[in-house]
Design a protein around this ligand. Structure first.
Ligand code: ATP
Ligand code: MG
Length: 256
């Protein structure tokens, strides 16, 4: 399918192998108590086929950064470009379409629909896009996350780690270029979390996906190629190829 933005650019031809670029983005929330500057000018490029962890103290702007990068929220100023397309130039419909066709999302709380089986939860994005998902496509993605046998179970009949793997399958089913994950292992024990991290790692290594993952856990962050550190809405560091101990040391430096 050819995707077109409002000014009729051909998006689909340019999204593959293109980075997610944040260019001086700010996000200011207005509340009764005054203005909150959640992001204060973040510039960063998430390279294609890279795995980046985003870390920082609570309230430093990690979720806001992810939401802006994914087009779920619009920055107050600055630009976000995904696959060469400036998100500000897209209508809501164009943005929805770009998200649907190029991005996947994984949340800490899974966000699965309780009444649907694993199979139907995974099929949902395709159905919402108006496609009749082939049973084999959905089965393949469930097999990819190690859940081929459990396709008929509802979320309440699955463990936390299994539910998170269903949500990763749901993110992968539309063959996105980028997966954004906000604390995907936050609710999981260490060994279950490790399976989820290995899965994300292998989507980068074997399928060339770009993964951007918010985490509080230095060990989780060590699965990434690099770690972007935020503090008070600004980028304050970037570690490449660091292990868990180095990442933990950097975090405690920031928290001092
Ligand atoms: N809808 C909103 N309205 C007002 N302020 C908000 C809103 N969403 C976030 N904020 C504020 O923006 C700042 C950044 O929030 P954000 O959720 O991005 O932080 P975070 O780094 O993800 O934190 P955590 O680690 O606790 O999830 C915080 O001060 C937060 O209170
Ligand atoms: Mg958050």
């Amino acid at each position: 399918m050819k995707l077109r933005s409002r000014d009729d650019q051909d998006i689909s031809a340019r999204t593959i192998d293109h980075p997610v670029i944040l260019d001086g983005i700010t996000r200011t929330y207005s509340s009764k108590a005054g203005k909150v500057h959640a992001l204060r000018g973040v510039t960063h490029t998430f390279a294609p086929s890279s795995f980046t962890a985003v870390m920082g103290p609570s309230g430093s702007g990690k979720s806001t950064l992810l939401q802006c990068a994914a087009g779920l929220d619009r920055p107050t100023s600055g630009r976000v470009r995904v696959g060469g397309v400036d998100l500000a130039g897209l209508s809501e419909v164009g943005l929805t379409r770009l998200r649907r066709d190029t991005m996947g999302f994984v949340f800490q709380s899974y966000n699965l629909l309780p009444a649907l089986t694993a199979h139907d939860n995974v099929a949902l994005p395709l159905r919402l896009a108006g496609a009749a998902p082939g049973r084999s496509t959905v089965r393949q993605v469930l097999a990819r996350v190690g859940l081929a046998e459990l396709h008929h179970r509802r979320p309440s009949e699955l463990s936390g780690g299994q539910q998170q793997r269903v949500s990763i399958a749901r993110a992968l089913v539309s063959r996105p270029h980028v997966v954004f994950a906000d604390e995907p292992t936050g609710a999981l024990d260490r060994s279950t979390g490790r399976q989820v991290l290995e899965l994300l790692r292998s989507t980068v290594d074997t399928e060339g996906l770009t993964v951007v993952m918010v985490t509080h856990d230095p060990v989780a962050a060590s699965y990434a190629d690099s770690v972007l550190f935020l503090e008070d809405g600004q980028v304050v560091g970037n570690l490449v190829g660091a292990d868990g101990a180095q990442i933990a040391a950097h975090m405690s430096e920031l928290e001092r």
